[in-house]
Design a protein around this ligand. Structure first.
Ligand SMILES: [Zn+2]
Length: 110
């Protein structure tokens, strides 16, 4: 029981933390091509509502994977700590990639 049934949704994403200290953002998406879910290794068909798991790495950078909703609920969310919902507007790919760049601490303005 995660307490976040039905999330992520159009309005809400989820954010948690992995054992390694990376951020994991769960974002609702519709597949535009065929993906393979890392949870069950099954296919996610085109046009299917599913979950994008975007990691913002502790040492900088991002990576993402496409998961079945049910697989994130059963396999991934229970492994994360501090899971909370955040407005979907804060979890766009561009914003998370910028967040990953910021963490590397190498951005300078002159
Ligand atoms: Zn799956």
């Amino acid at each position: 029981m995660s307490g976040h049934a039905g999330l992520p949704s159009v309005r809400w994403s989820l954010r948690g933390r992995t054992d390694e200290g990376d951020e994991a953002w769960l974002i609702r998406s519709i597949s535009q091509k065929l993906y393979r879910c890392p949870g069950c290794h099954g296919e996610i068909e085109i046009g299917t509502e599913h979950t994008v798991v975007q990691y913002v790495l502790r040492l900088g950078g991002t990576e993402h994977h496409h998961w079945h909703r049910q697989c994130t609920e059963e396999l991934l969310v229970p492994e994360l700590s501090g899971v909370q919902r955040v407005p979907a507007s804060e979890s766009t790919q561009a914003r998370l990639e910028a967040r990953g760049r910021g963490k590397s601490g190498q951005r300078r303005r002159r």
